[in-house]
Design a protein around this ligand. Structure first.
Ligand code: SF4
Length: 373
């Protein structure tokens, strides 16, 4: 497959791994930000190709994983109402709330629909004027332009029975929160290529400089990731902390300007709670005052919901790169993809689900051996 197969060559991967090994003189901890990268790393065993001195830890870039528990509860509450058609990407339906999930709402007769775009939800609103149609707008900077466009179109066309339940988060503030934490282990980042396709990478320069960390914008295939690691280790070994772009086939420094403009038109920057991590200042997007009437939290009066995470789940530490999934005592026992305790197990991009799927209980044995060693 064009632009996929040529980035999966086993021989080239071995060549990169050897080059990284030759470069490495001491231990380094590098975080890949995006859940898609985590998935590829675990699926293809990229981390197992690296010299033992280079450790990859898994960041908070899985949108399903960082969506707060109370927001799932809000979605369930709204979707349960008889006047509502609740639209969502499929991966949100199985995410457990405090006591249920959206699939259960659907099984109990709620009108919960899987859509592939927020514009599909807008069409459903146009076709069902007697219903209130809500789209679950979850994600990073990558999904924000399409969600913003749906709200903009609803505003322009006067579609008043459409709203969005917003949980948009932004990558740079999360990176800063990780770097400024007292338990931080991260010395370099592989930034998420698709986020930078939208936003460019000018935002990362001040972070690299302030915290003296290299940041390499990186793609999602095994050779992309290995090249990103090589570039990151090279900077670390040379004492540099710069922003570099491995993913040149997709990312320009300035990003996608029209996409950024529609985000700025519809959204404003707000504090956001990240599941397992807590609130991070200025780390999310909410509707700006001009588009406030499309805010489902306000329309349905659920803005003040709160919820408590399972005390057994350490996904917050996993998402900050402090722990690996196998170090969680619930991994593969009381927490599995069939019965997830935390969102990093339910999402296919979640680190726990990736370890469980591709390494099974071996991940737990490796973690225990690592602790004892
Ligand atoms: S294995 Fe389950 S309980 Fe443990 S951190 Fe992952 S999601 Fe949470």
């Amino acid at each position: 497959m064009k632009f996929v197969d040529e980035y999966r060559g086993a021989q080239e991967a071995q060549t990169y791994a050897r080059a990284i090994a030759r470069l490495t003189t001491r231990p380094w901890t590098i975080m890949e930000v995006c859940g898609g990268q985590t998935h590829a790393i675990v699926k293809f065993g990229v981390d197992e190709l690296l010299p033992k001195e280079v450790e990859l830890v898994h960041g908070p870039g899985c949108p399903v994983c960082v969506t707060p528990l109370e927001l799932i509860d809000k979605a369930i509450e709204i979707a349960s109402r008889p006047e509502v058609i609740f639209c969502s990407f499929g991966d949100m339906l199985r995410v457990p709330g405090s006591s249920s999930d959206l699939l259960v709402v659907k099984a109990n007769g709620g009108d919960v629909r899987i859509v592939y775009s927020p514009m599909d939800a807008l069409k459903i609103a146009q076709a069902n004027p007697a219903k209130k149609v809500v789209f679950f707008a979850v994600g990073f900077e990558t999904t924000a332009p399409a969600n913003a466009m749906a709200v903009f179109q609803a505003h322009e066309q006067g579609i008043e029975n459409f709203s969005i339940l917003v949980s948009h988060v932004l990558v740079p503030p999360a990176m800063e929160a990780i770097l400024s934490s007292s338990i931080n282990r991260v010395q370099g980042f592989l930034a998420a290529g698709h986020v930078c396709t939208i936003m460019g990478y000018n935002e990362y320069g001040p972070i690299a400089e302030k915290y003296h960390v290299p940041i390499v914008v990186t793609g999602f295939e095994p050779l992309d990731i290995l090249q990103g690691v090589y570039m990151c280790v090279k900077q670390l070994e040379e004492g540099r902390a710069e922003v570099e772009n491995q993913y040149t086939r997709s990312v320009r420094q300035e990003g996608n300007i029209p996409a950024q403009q529609i985000i700025s038109e519809v959204f404003r920057i707000v504090p956001r709670k990240w599941r397992g991590v807590g609130e991070i200042p200025q780390s999310g997007l909410g509707l700006s005052s001009k588009y406030q009437r499309f805010d489902a939290e306000e329309i349905f009066g659920v803005a003040d919901y709160t919820a408590e995470e399972s005390p057994d789940c350490i996904s917050g530490l996993v998402l900050q790169g402090v722990k690996k999934p196998g170090e969680c005592s619930a991994f593969g026992t009381s927490c599995t993809p069939e019965h997830p305790l935390g969102a990093t197990m339910v999402s296919t991009e979640g680190a726990c689900a990736a370890y469980y799927r591709y390494r099974g209980l071996r991940a737990r044995a490796v973690a225990i051996a690592g602790r004892e060693g």
